[in-house]
Design a protein around this ligand. Structure first.
Ligand code: ATP
Ligand code: MG
Length: 373
């Protein structure tokens, strides 16, 4: 089966709707100096072969529009620029915030279908799952020694995930989640990480661990750069971060009818006149933003056009925009779904490559730390 390149307009890291508080990261918007998003883009354009992406999605449910605009489009865009893109399906990490990993196989198949239908090309990019690469775990010991308990306790994303966790107590796995993530990224020597804004604190931990390891044992690891899209924190139908686990998402693979139903159930507010004002009206603005991203239009214009049409007109616009935008993707996905044997073979090949990469990194770590070889 061949892959089809994504036909949609990729969300670039440029602040296309710079005013959209919910959509553009203030830390990077507009900046052009060393270390800025613009600088990273320039370096990638100059020498894409010097970069390797490592990012991924937990198999906890179907991928949604937050993933799409937050990270997935950037992955395909970077692949097409010539960057080595590696996508991890962190299956063991599912038990970070729940007791068991329900429907793991089904969700993993779903992620693979989404990646392929989006245009991730197995000839150029790699998909692997955590449980198939034991070497990742070997990095945990040295890495855990490089962070303090106080640093782990301070992590705002971990605190948020604890608040939404399905478990009554905080497990060691939950607290050390950012360290696992550092092991995943650094075992593969990923140096650019396209993620949503919730991942920014985690990436700081990765950078800290890489820096401290290099200082202590000699340079082995890159300090990876985060890449945020113009929509790094898309809200769900309940007004909080759209998340697989929060029953507030619009899955990419939903049918047109399901999409209409989910959008219809989205929270709005009492003001009938539709405006785009992310600070004062986050729920309405999030819907406007979604339509504008799918239509590749300015959110203020989209809101002004709907104006007095109210929430019903807004939801109709969003539904049509999402369904129109995703129709080609959904058709490709249905094609891939007819050949699950092929789809799973992509993961098997990816696991092999990831094992080789991680083993090579472990050799360097052993050497750097003076371990017996
Ligand atoms: P879960 O509820 O199981 O944690 P999730 O929806 O948060 O699922 P993850 O697998 O944790 O998804 O995240 C995968 C990637 O997608 C990460 O890079 C994350 O930052 C990004 N992402 C997730 N949700 C959003 C969102 N609402 N907006 C932008 N990016 C997002
Ligand atoms: Mg998450």
């Amino acid at each position: 089966m061949t892959t089809t390149a994504v036909t949609t307009t990729a969300v670039t890291t440029e602040p296309v709707h710079a005013e959209a508080a919910a959509a553009t990261d203030p830390a990077t918007a507009g900046a052009t100096g060393p270390g800025s998003t613009a600088d990273l883009e320039r370096r990638i354009a100059e020498d894409p072969a010097a970069f390797r992406v490592l990012t991924g999605d937990r198999p906890t449910g179907p991928l949604h529009l937050g993933h799409y605009f937050g990270s997935l489009l950037n992955r395909v865009r970077l692949q097409d620029l010539g960057v080595d893109v590696i996508v991890l399906i962190p299956d063991y990490q599912v038990i970070t915030d729940r007791d068991t990993a329900d429907r793991l196989g089904e969700y993993t198949d779903g992620l693979l279908l989404d990646y392929l239908a989006l245009g991730l090309d197995p000839a150029r990019s790699t998909v692997f799952c955590h449980s198939a690469v034991p070497a990742l775990n070997q990095l945990m010991l040295p890495f855990l020694s490089l962070v303090s308990v106080a640093e782990l306790n301070r992590n705002p994303t971990v605190k948020d995930e604890i608040a939404h966790s399905r478990q009554s107590t905080v497990s060691g796995l939950m607290l050390t989640y950012p360290v696992h993530q550092a092991a995943d990224i650094l075992a593969c020597k990923g140096n650019v990480v396209p993620v949503g804004r919730d991942q920014a604190p985690h990436l700081e931990v990765t950078r800290t661990i890489a820096r401290r390891f290099n200082e202590r044992y000699g340079r082995v690891f890159p300090e990876p750069d985060i890449m945020l899209s113009a929509a790094p924190l898309l809200l769900g139908t309940d007004g909080t971060k759209m998340s697989k686990s929060r029953a507030n998402s619009i899955p990419l693979s939903a049918t047109a009818d399901e999409t209409a139903r989910l959008v219809k159930g989205a929270t709005t507010d009492a003001d009938r006149h539709i405006t785009y004002d992310p600070d004062a009206r986050p729920n309405v603005s999030s819907l406007v933003l979604l339509a504008s991203l799918c239509l590749d239009r300015d959110p203020y214009e989209v809101a002004a056009e709907i104006g007095g049409g109210g929430a019903a007109a807004l939801k109709r616009t969003v539904t049509d925009a999402v369904n129109g935008h995703l129709a080609p993707f959904r058709a490709r996905r249905a094609e891939y779904a007819k050949d699950l044997a092929y789809v799973r073979s992509v993961l098997r090949a990816g696991n092999e490559r990831a094992n080789a990469l991680a083993e090579a990194t472990l050799d360097e770590v052993r050497e750097a730390m003076g371990a017996f070889r």
